[in-house]
Design a protein around this ligand. Structure first.
Ligand code: FNR
Length: 338
């Protein structure tokens, strides 16, 4: 097994070991519910158009797998669940294809299962722009996520030590002919970085905030000399969302999304869609492909229920729901604002 495949298998095992549904900043967002919503549960209320394709719900399966035998099976299940649930889906970083072309099928299997769905390919910023373009073509992707993950890289003994990524992001963006999504992997986005991206004409980010999977913890478990202080460097998804909304950049919210109410909270905070990663992975690990399909369909039904409870009939209306930030969250955000 190559070093990359080996690492992917270790990530999968550790993502399982450390998975827990825990308290996070979503608990500090309280939505104002009308006692008299004057609505009914309507499953098509959550359907809308995203990046030019009709999708059944405002959430998607975020980037995780590819490049190893086990992840091929997971990507098959992800493709199938996204097809049946009619939601967008992503595969994990395909940058490995620059060196190990034979791994293509471990990613493409997801697209084969869902040929018409909204699909995001994923690469790291060091991927040569031409190869990124090739990957988008080979996977027939509708958009490209480029993950930025400085904390994870530093935690990885074999990780990248050069974080001068902006020019590389631009080179990839300028050569691919699909929308580019700049994505964190669980440490979130601060205002300055959002503004820098905006100034450089990037107009879509995936917050990948803290509150769920913590890649510092995962890498520390693999490292000979762990750096446990890196675990706490993440900015929560909620805080990142507030910054993104303030900066008027289009964003997907992800990181620590646990249930349908968290999805709704992300939409209320201004997200165009909501990514869920490890929760879906663990459902697959525990209940297989059928379990994953059921989970997606259940979340859709629950979200449609919440839409009725809050008296909204379209994804766009979520941003009109009033909310309060509790337990000092507003103060924390104000302190962080520049
Ligand atoms: C990830 N994630 C990830 N992100 C990315 O952009 N490229 C990748 O290859 C991977 N690989 C990966 C593997 C595994 C096993 C997990 C659990 C996660 C990060 C993922 O997309 C997401 O940003 C974070 O996991 C935070 O979301 P959750 O897990 O809290 O919903």
């Amino acid at each position: 097994m190559s070093q990359h495949s080996q690492r992917k298998e270790e990530h999968l095992a550790l993502a399982k070991k450390y998975f827990e549904i825990k308290a996070n900043d979503f608990d500090r967002v309280q939505l104002m519910r009308p006692a008299l919503p004057e609505s009914y549960v309507n499953k098509s209320s959550i359907t809308y158009e995203l990046l030019g394709k009709k999708v059944h719900a405002p959430f998607y399966i975020n980037a995780m797998t590819g490049g190893s035998a086990k992840s091929k099976e997971i990507n098959r299940a992800i493709g199938k669940a996204s097809r049946i649930g009619q939601i967008p889906f992503a595969t994990g970083s395909s940058s490995i294809l620059a060196k190990e072309k034979e791994q293509l099928a471990s990613f493409y299997v997801a697209r084969q299962e869902n040929p018409d769905g909204l699909f995001f390919a994923n690469v790291n910023p060091n991927t040569p722009a031409k190869i990124a373009r090739e990957i988008v073509k080979e996977l027939d992707a509708d958009a490209l996520q480029i993950h930025i993950n400085a904390v994870q890289e530093l935690a990885m003994p074999e990780g990248d030590r050069d974080f001068r990524w902006l020019d590389k992001l631009k080179a990839i963006r300028d050569i691919v002919d699909v929308p580019v999504i700049i994505k964190e992997v669980g440490f979130g986005f601060d205002q300055a970085s959002i503004k820098l991206l905006k100034k450089n004409d990037f107009n879509l980010i995936d917050l990948g905030g803290a509150g769920g999977t913590n890649f510092a913890q995962i890498e520390n478990a693999r490292a000979k000399h762990p750096l446990p202080y890196l675990d706490e460097l993440g900015l929560s998804t909620v805080k990142s969302a507030i910054f993104a909304k303030d900066a008027e950049i289009n964003f997907f919210a992800s990181g620590g999304v646990r249930n349908a109410l968290d999805i709704l909270k992300c939409l209320v905070l201004g997200a165009k869609s909501v990514g869920i990663a490890n929760l879906f992975l663990q459902v697959y690990e525990n209940s297989g492909e059928n379990g994953l399909v059921e989970q997606v369909l259940r979340l859709e039904a629950e979200l449609a229920g919440l839409f009725a409870l809050f008296g909204i009939n379209h994804v766009e209306e979520a941003k009109n729901i009033k909310y309060v930030l509790t337990s000092g969250l507003l103060q924390e955000v104000i302190c962080l604002e520049d």
